[in-house]
Design a protein around this ligand. Structure first.
Ligand code: 13P
Length: 343
C-alpha cells in the first residue's frame, strides 16, 4: 500500500472512536521500531518528521526509508506527516517530496519562536490548505501556542500562556478549511512538562472538551503528549544519566481526550527516553563493546515496546485491516466535491 493521506486515517479513527499515535523519526531504526510495532499490533500509523529531522537526515533519505517501509509492511496504512512546518514554503517542499500530510504551524512566525497574529495564522494556513488539497494532501493547523521547544521550534514557556480560545478555534476552522486542529491545553514539548502529576490547573482537559463541543466534527490533535514514564527516566539515571524528576501527560488523560474528539496524539520524547536508556545500559554494562549494532538493536527494541504500548492504549491496535487505501488523486476529488457542497 502506498503512503496514505492522514485525512483518511483520521476519518476512519473518528468513525470507530479511537486515536492514532504520531511518532517522530530521524533515522532508520526509529522507522523500523514504529513499523514493527504497527505490524505486531495491526495498527494504522502516522510517522512524522520535523524540520530538524528533515535537515538531520537530508530528507530524501527519510523519504526513501519510508518508501521501503510501505514495501516491507504493505498491510499497514502509513502516513508520512510534516511536524510543525514553520512556513508555507516548508510545507510546499514537503508535499513536493512526497509527504502525504503537513502541519502548517502558523501559531508562530516563520522564525518558529514568536507567537503570530490570528490573521497571519489564517492566511498562511489557508494558503497551505489550497496548495495541499489540490494534491490530495492533508493539513493540520494550530491555534493557541504550545509550550516548550522541540528541535529548535517553539515559543518556550509552560503552554499555559496561550491556551486555545474556543471561539477563535471555531473561526479558525471556518476560515482555513483544514483537516485537523492542534490545540494548546497546557502541554509542551520535551521531557519537562509538569513538576508533579498534572491536574486540571495545568492540563486543561476541560478546555479540550469545550472545543470539541463547539467543533464536534473536527479531528483534534494533542501535541506534547509523551507520558514521560518514571521507569524510562529511571533506566537513564541508573546508567549515568541525570534527568531531573518530571511528569508527562498521563495516558488516562489522553484516553479522555480520545473520547472527546482527539484523533492524533504526538509522541516523541517517550521514544527518545527509551532509546537513550537502552543505549546507556549497553555501554555502561559492557564498555568493551563498540559495534553500533550492539546498542542500536536494543534501542530499536525499547522504542518498539513503547510504541506498541501506546498503539494499544490509544485504541488504534487491530484497525490496520479495516479499510483499503484511498489514493491522493481520489482525495483531490473528495476535497473538490466538499468545496462545491459547502457553497
Ligand atoms: P513530546 O515531546 O511530548 O513527545 O511531544 C512531541 C510532539 O508534540 C511533536 O510535535
Amino acid at each position: 500500500m502506498p503512503l496514505v493521506s492522514m485525512r483518511q486515517l483520521l476519518d476512519e479513527a473518528s468513525k470507530r472512536g479511537y486515536g492514532v499515535g504520531a511518532f517522530n523519526v530521524n533515522n532508520m531504526e526509529q522507522i523500523q521500531a514504529i513499523m514493527e510495532a504497527a505490524r505486531e499490533t495491526q495498527s494504522p500509523v502516522i510517522v512524522q518528521a520535523s524540520r530538524g529531522a528533515r535537515s538531520y537526515s537530508q530528507d530524501k533519505f527519510l523519504y526513501h526509508l519510508m518508501l521501503a517501509a510501505t514495501e516491507l509492511y504493505p498491510e499497514i496504512p502509513t502516513v508520512l506527516h510534516l511536524d510543525h512546518g514553520n512556513s508555507v514554503d516548508t510545507c510546499k517542499s514537503a508535499i513536493e517530496l512526497g509527504f502525504t500530510s503537513v502541519m502548517m504551524d502558523g501559531s508562530l512566525m516563520p522564525d518558529g519562536k514568536t507567537p503570530s497574529s490570528f490573521e497571519y495564522n489564517v492566511k498562511a494556513t489557508r494558503e497551505v490548505v489550497e496548495y495541499a488539497h489540490a494534491r490530495g494532501v492533508t493539513v493540520e493547523g494550530e491555534i493557541g501556542v504550545l509550550g516548550g521547544i522541540e528541535d529548535g521550534h517553539g515559543a518556550g514557556g509552560t503552554g499555559l500562556e496561550h491556551v486555545t480560545d474556543p471561539d477563535q478555534a471555531v473561526e479558525f476552522v471556518e476560515k482555513t478549511g483544514l483537516d485537523a486542529l492542534a490545540i494548546a491545553i497546557g502541554t509542551s514539548h520535551g521531557a519537562y512538562k509538569f513538576t508533579k502529576k498534572p491536574d486540571g490547573s495545568v492540563l486543561k482537559m476541560d478546555r479540550l472538551i469545550a472545543i470539541h463541543k463547539r467543533l464536534p466534527n473536527v479531528h483534534l490533535v494533542m501535541h506534547g503528549s509523551s507520558s514521560v514514564p518514571k521507569d524510562l527516566q529511571d533506566v537513564i539515571n541508573k546508567y549515568g544519566g541525570s534527568l531531573k524528576p518530571t511528569w508527562g501527560v498521563p495516558v488516562e488523560e489522553i484516553q479522555l481526550g480520545i473520547k472527546n474528539g482527539v484523533r492524533k496524539i504526538n509522541v516523541d520524547t517517550d521514544n527518545r527516553l527509551a532509546i537513550t536508556g537502552a543505549i546507556r545500559k549497553v555501554l555502561f554494562e559492557t564498555p568493551e563493546k563498540f559495534d553500533p549494532r550492539d546498542y542500536m538493536k536494543p534501542a530499536r527494541e525499547a522504542m518498539k515496546k513503547v510504541v506498541a504500548e501506546r498503539m494499544t492504549q490509544f485504541g488504534q491496535a487491530g484497525h490496520a485491516g479495516d479499510y483499503a487505501s484511498i489514493s491522493l488523486k481520489e482525495m483531490t476529488k473528495f476535497y473538490a466535491e466538499s468545496a462545491v457542497a459547502a457553497k
